[in-house]
Design a protein around this ligand. Structure first.
Ligand code: COA
Length: 506
């Protein structure tokens, strides 16, 4: 392991995880690495959690403000949330224990567009960043570091923290070196230069993290693996969703609105997104490229088959099998995959210029096309908006996908009014379920309602959705542009909370 710390002056900073954790005082703000279970610090958060437990038993609870790139893994989010060591969490999480504490009111969470997070930190909205706690693959002789399996907001935390703690993780393959393209944006509003990336696979930055080595107060050696969650094999429902999307692309190519190799693809998190990649790998489109947030197994398949020429992202989100495959062929993947800081991978200006195709999951969509990606009625926040807003607002094609129902049909994903709106009807071009693809382009709200109900809602929900629309058309409460009955707009949800089923009893 010693050979992963090549900078002579920094060797003296090596210490145990417990000693490094002890440097972080109660109330500190810590900017951590980590994005979708990749490249997050593991050893120090475990030590912080143990310390938090001891201090809690002694009546002095440890409370930290934890900023990251996005979600992390069990050693960080799960453990630190269970012991309630996270007072505040930003800008995304996807962890069951963290979700439970947030929804129980035991921790504060700010769910934020991932491309905005860095700028907000730079402008001081989270106060002083006391520590950057960053996982790296190696520290070079010149004091730069080889990034690990995600970039996230690491550059921002390394630049702005008062002190730096590095976790050098020898589980991360050293051959990751050269896969990253680090461009750091100016922190001054009004003085930013254009980002010089002209294509999704362009490289214009550095391979390494650069930071002030005099700020490094601790280096911890670690061997913990990333949280690599397995993907489910696509179910019939997912395959149908993928097929509707393929048919839509086919129509766009025939109409000459899209080239035969499509435009750069963005694919969200989860099993449906992965199933769409499986569909694309088996479909007719060739030489595609992606400008996205995470590289999943489905993207590795597409790189293997040659359907995808390159993938730009900020992190990996692969299964354990995907990780083995990746390490085996890492020398090829290094040429095809580019990992960038999230303010670049999710940058609105680049996404708009490249004309990306955004495909993300949703929790519920309403009849007029507003989309809720984050909140579940009766439960609270699920994960967060993540990068879905960065891509949805700025892509040439913005598609949201979900099964039409959840919980054995008791919940409809198509509702009269979404209980929380992450993406407005102005951003959403297509909604797709296993029943069909609602093309919302060029349609007014009432026309969208017809398209969404007929194409996407489960057949058993269509009559009650139509009943709502028809009665709303006669109601004076909201006008006839996007007619609503305020007193009934959440009737599906209130019925579900009372009876456990959105469908009225027969
Ligand atoms: N009401 C209640 N529960 C619902 C629901 C609804 N309308 N829709 C989904 N759920 C539940 C599911 O039943 C499931 O619950 P379970 O874990 O208890 O089984 C859970 O929510 C997740 O749903 P699932 O069908 O497994 O979908 P998914 O894994 O594809 O995730 C999102 C869907 C919306 C949660 C996910 O895409 C997400 O977090 N999106 C926001 C962030 C994002 O888009 N990131 C990508 C940007 S690059």
């Amino acid at each position: 392991m010693g050979d992963r710390i090549l900078h002579k002056g920094l060797k003296s900073k090596v210490m145990s995880a417990e000693a490094a954790a002890a440097l972080i005082p109660n109330g500190a703000t810590v900017g951590m690495s980590g994005f979708t279970g990749a490249g997050y610090p593991k050893a120090v958060p475990i030590a912080l959690s143990k310390r938090a437990l001891d201090e809690r038993l002694a009546g002095k609870p440890l409370k930290l403000n934890v900023l990251t790139g996005a979600s992390t893994g069990p050693e960080q989010d799960t453990m630190m949330s269970i012991v309630e060591a996270q007072r505040f969490r930003f800008p995304y999480q996807g962890d069951a224990a963290t979700r439970e504490k947030i929804n129980a009111g035991l921790m504060e969470y700010q769910d934020m567009h991932l491309s905005h997070a860095g700028s907000l930190v730079r402008h001081g909205h989270y106060g002083k960043i006391d520590f950057a706690l960053i996982e790296v693959t190696r520290i070079n002789e010149d004091g730069t570091a080889v990034p690990s399996s995600s970039c996230g907001n690491n550059n921002v935390y390394l630049e702005h923290a008062e002190k730096i703690i590095l976790e050098v993780n020898s589980w991360q393959d050293e051959r990751l070196e050269g896969m990253h393209d680090i461009i750091s944006m100016s922190s001054v509003h009004g003085q930013r230069q254009p980002i010089p990336l002209l294509t999704a696979d362009d490289r214009k930055g550095s391979k390494y993290w650069k930071f002030d080595t005099s700020k490094v107060v601790a280096i911890v050696e670690s061997t913990y693996p990333d949280r690599n969650a397995p993907f489910k094999a696509p179910e019939e429902i997912h395959k149908k969703i993928a097929q509707h999307i393929m048919d839509f692309f086919d129509g766009e190519v025939k109409a000459k609105r899209l080239p035969k190799n499509l435009t750069p693809l963005q694919s969200g998190v989860g099993n449906i997104a992965n199933a769409v990649l499986v569909g694309l790998n088996e479909g007719p489109f060739e030489s595609m490229i992606s400008y996205t947030e995470v590289v999943q197994d489905g993207m590795l398949d597409m790189l293997d088959s040659g359907k995808l020429t390159a993938a730009s992202a900020t992190a990996f989100s692969v299964s354990p099998q995907g990780q083995v495959r990746f390490n085996k062929d890492i020398d090829r993947y290094r040429k095809q995959i580019i990992l960038r800081p999230q303010e670049i991978s999710n940058n609105p200006e680049i996404i708009r210029r490249l004309g990306c195709i955004a495909m993300n999951g949703f929790v519920e969509a309403d009849i007029y096309g507003h989309v809720n990606s984050t909140h579940i009625a009766g439960k609270g926040v699920e994960n967060g908006i993540g990068g879905s807003g960065d891509f949805a607002r700025n892509s040439a094609y913005t598609i949201f996908m979900s099964p039409a129902t959840a919980k054995d049909g008791k919940i409809s994903a198509i509702v009269p009014f979404a209980t929380h709106i992450d993406h407005t009807e102005h951003d959403v071009h297509g909604i797709v379920t296993e029943f069909g693809f609602a093309d919302l382009r060029g349609r007014s709200p009432k026309e969208k309602a017809k398209e969404i109900i007929e194409k996407c809602a489960a057949p058993e929900y269509r009559p009650i959705l139509w009943d709502y629309v028809k009665r709303a058309m006669k109601s004076p409460s909201a006008g006839l542009h996007s007619p609503h009955m305020f007193e009934e707009a959440f009737a599906f949800h209130t019925r579900y909370l009372k009876t456990g089923d959105m469908r009225p009893k027969k």
